[in-house]
Design a binder for this molecule. Structure first.
Ligand code: ADP
Ligand code: MG
Length: 413
């Protein structure tokens, strides 16, 4: 739990999230952006940084970033810029990453999320975290370490895949909050379809910046914790790191600005590299890309520019789907179910659709149906290690599935 009392040291957490954009092709090349293909089979000359190749911006990635920005209540910059961030690493063949350092595509947003609190964890506590910015950037390739032959192999399939980097303000105070915020972000990205959002597959990568201070005093020195591949580990890594820093300070030591890795086996964070000798990324404007311009609406399009070739914010706004928070409120209001049940429904992919189809087919009391869904159905799926989407019924269409379910439901009642 998040603790706070005036004299006590408390945790401060700010997240940096890299979300792989769900798009057919990479950010600046026409290579497919797919996740399981033979090594180096999805690599264009541009992705391999052959001299003379040039970036061509993928409109689908820009639309994804704008849509994500809108869903997170950001201001969309009508003009944003691309920059080169230099560092030397084997999986970065150009020696630099194209990112948006000076002027990102979206700024100044808010992510609203909720925690379930109280003794029986059925009290909904609403929280907010500010989004500083969302920037478009390229993913790097992957280094694969072959320990047996002590060599490192490079796979460039991921090199140049579009990423959205979301930078959150240090508004959170413990692991539980950070995990809940990331879970909500995951649901939002999945609802939008802009990122598949699977942390264990690396589609969503979260770095946690952690510091401690006494409330009212300036923020403390932070460490950055990497290597976290699930929401549960995120919470554990942060809480471990807060506790570690508190103990360091209480023992008269100092916290160093360093990068640490989370070791899920031991549950500890361990130093990776020192950040004190600040790395110089030699940022410079990307000379091969013009400023990225998006337009507010059709009326603001300059003459001669075709709406199909540009990104129009208003069109994306109109296409925004129902977001998780709104969906939960609607479920509670329409069906009179408990707020915590609306969380359960949204947490399982496809369960809301199941629930609503079941209501329609059986015409039974929503409260009765929700009880069956959250106890019997979910219990059954859990026992058989199945998810709603991959259950035996997954091959059937929605109508057939609903029929089977409603029969089961009617038998049970
Ligand atoms: P940098 O330019 O070094 O990356 P930023 O100011 O952009 O630094 O912050 C990067 C991340 O660190 C953000 O997610 C922010 O919320 C977080 N952060 C900044 N200061 C602190 C702090 N004192 N404690 C915890 N997180 C912090
Ligand atoms: Mg940063």
């Amino acid at each position: 739990m998040c603790l706070s009392s005036p004299q006590q040291l408390v945790g401060v957490v700010g997240l940096e999230v890299h979300a792989q954009i769900n798009s057919n092709t990479k950010l600046f090349s026409s290579s497919p952006a797919r996740f399981s293909a033979p090594p180096n089979s999805l690599v264009s000359f541009f992705d391999a940084s052959l001299p003379g190749t040039l970036p061509v911006l993928n409109k689908q990635c820009v639309e994804a970033a704008v849509m994500t920005g809108l869903a997170l209540n950001c201001t969309i910059n009508k003009k944003s810029l691309f920059d080169r961030k230099h560092y030397f690493y084997a999986d970065l063949p150009a020696g630099y990453q194209i990112t948006q350092q000076r002027r990102p595509i979206a700024v100044d947003g808010v992510l609203s999320y909720s925690l379930l609190g109280g003794k029986t964890r059925n009290q909904v506590i609403r929280k907010r975290v500010h989004i500083k910015q969302i920037q478009l950037e390229q993913d790097s390739g992957k280094s694969l370490h072959d320990d047996a032959r002590s060599q490192t192999l490079i796979d460039l399939n991921r090199a140049g895949v579009g990423l959205m980097e979301l930078v959150m303000e240090p508004d959170m105070s413990c692991g539980e909050e950070a995990a809940a915020a990331v879970r909500e972000l995951q649901l939002i990205l999945q609802a939008l379809g802009t990122c598949q959002g699977n942390m264990s597959e690396g589609q969503l990568r979260v770095d946690a910046n952690v510091s401690v201070h006494r409330p009212g005093e300036p923020l403390g020195v932070r460490t950055e914790v990497k290597n976290i591949n699930s929401a549960r580990y995120l919470a554990r890594a942060i809480d471990y790191e807060i506790q570690r820093q508190i103990e360091v300070l209480q023992n008269g030591g100092t916290v160093h600005n360093e990068t640490r890795a989370y070791d899920s086996k031991s549950g500890e964070t361990i130093p990776m590299r020192d950040k004190e000798g600040l790395q110089d990324y030699r940022f410079m404007p990307e000379p091969n890309l013009p400023p990225l311009i998006v337009y507010e609406d059709d009326a603001s399009l300059p003459t001669g520019i075709d709406a199909c070739q540009t990104v129009v914010v208003q069109k994306i706004k109109e296409a925004l789907p129902e977001l998780p928070g709104v969906k939960r409120d609607r479920l509670v209001q329409t069906y009179g179910i408990l707020p915590e049940h609306s969380f359960t429904l949204l947490n399982e992919d496809g369960l809301v659709e199941y629930f609503e189809a079941l209501l329609k087919a059986t015409k039974k009391e929503p409260r009765k149906v929700i009880g069956w869904v959250t106890n019997d159905l979910l219990g059954h799926l859990k026992r058989h290690d199945m998810s709603v989407k991959t259950s035996r019924n997954a091959l059937l269409n929605t109508q057939q599935r609903t029929l089977i379910l409603s029969n089961k439901f009617i038998q049970a009642h």
